[in-house]
Design a binder for this molecule. Structure first.
Ligand SMILES: Cc1cc2nc3c(=O)[nH]c(=O)nc-3n(C[C@H](O)[C@H](O)[C@H](O)COP(=O)(O)O)c2cc1C
Length: 319
């Protein structure tokens, strides 16, 4: 089984990917949060930095979001020039501002336009295209028609986030819909949605043997060492924090921005420790980077770290 780190806009940027790979590893592929190619056909300085292979660990797959085939092909060409061997198409973003423009999961709602888009991009893209999709926009009833369309193209790999677009990130994934996908395609498959423990991943692997890869998002942000063979040491976690802070001070520029980003990362990563509200509160209430640094360091040095065995049980997220 292969394990992928899900793309998480605002979180798994090039700094996070690089530092995570150095500190913990265990991830076969990191998907970038989506880039939105525009008709300008010029990479922004941020895009140049985020895509530069020198700023990334090995095994990164850039993701694109958009409905214009010309713009997609232009940016896929730039990605190929940088040496990447695959580009991922986002058919899953459920945000209202994205779907209103018929992008992301919104593309699933108009199957004629989707088919025409896929025909254009698969005919001319210089590198293979994988797809990350929902099981429908409004309802899983849309899945058979969508899969029939995907089956007509040389999709490198299909990652299925087993929810509809309308469901956003709520509720239990529809494993019956994923089963339908397994039974009705030969495209290599990656499962995504609510895999929070190693036992959850083992359950998916056993129930759906067609699965070649499992993509984890929130579970891996919560316990970044999940895919290592052992629980993290305090020194690993301190090194992870210090490296994130130093690199974000360079890329984000202001202490204020670094404070915001690290607060978000560590409020998610507190799943690494036995719960203690006092430490969480201290992080939440920190006003400056120095205060936050103290709060994070205290959490890392003083709180018991959850053992790896805690993740060898099924969570209730897939029931
Ligand atoms: C804050 C946030 C940002 C996300 N950004 C992206 C994105 O840029 N591209 C994408 O395909 N999915 C994105 N997702 C969806 C995740 O990749 C993943 O499909 C989802 O979180 C379900 O997996 P999980 O239950 O393992 O977290 C995002 C999710 C969250 C919560």
């Amino acid at each position: 089984m292969k394990y992928y780190f899900a793309p998480m806009e605002g979180l798994t940027d090039s700094v996070y990917r690089t530092v995570h790979a150095q500190a913990f590893g265990g991830v076969d592929r990191y998907y970038t949060p989506f880039f939105s190619p525009t008709e300008v056909h010029k990479l922004t300085p941020r895009e140049v930095r985020e895509l530069d292979p020198a700023n990334n660990p090995p095994g990164v797959i850039p993701q694109l979001l958009g409905k214009n085939a010309e713009d997609f092909l232009w940016m896929a060409g730039k990605i190929a020039e940088l040496g990447y061997t695959e580009v991922n198409l986002n058919l899953g973003c459920p945000s209202g501002t994205v779907t209103a423009k018929k992008k992301g999961a919104g593309m699933l709602a108009d199957t004629d336009a989707l088919d025409a888009f896929l025909e254009r991009v698969y005919a001319a893209c210089p590198i293979p295209i994988s797809i990350k999709t929902r099981i429908g926009y409004q309802s899983a009833d849309e899945l058979p028609e969508l899969l029939e369309i995907f089956n007509r193209y040389p999709v490198k790999e299909l990652t299925v986030h087993a929810r509809t677009g309308k469901e956003m990130y709520r509720g239990t994934p529809h494993l019956d819909a994923y089963e339908y996908v397994c039974q009705n395609t030969k495209i290599p498959l990656c499962y995504n949605g609510n895999v929070n423990t190693l036992a959850d991943a083992a359950y998916i692997a056993e129930r759906f043997p067609a699965t070649q890869a499992i993509m984890l998002g929130r579970g891996l942000l919560s316990y970044p060492a999940l895919l290592c063979n052992k629980a993290p040491k305090r020194s690993d976690l301190l090194a992870f924090h210090t490296e994130l802070r130093e690199r974000y001070l360079v890329t984000l520029g202001s202490e204020h921005a670094v404070h915001g980003r690290l607060k978000e990362i560590w409020l998610l990563a507190r799943g690494t420790f036995e719960e203690d509200k006092k430490y969480t509160r201290r992080i939440q209430q920190s006003k400056t980077l120095a205060e936050l640094d103290g709060a994070i360091t205290a959490m890392i040095c003083e709180l018991p770290i959850k053992p790896r065995e805690a993740f060898e049980k099924r969570s209730d997220s897939l029931f």
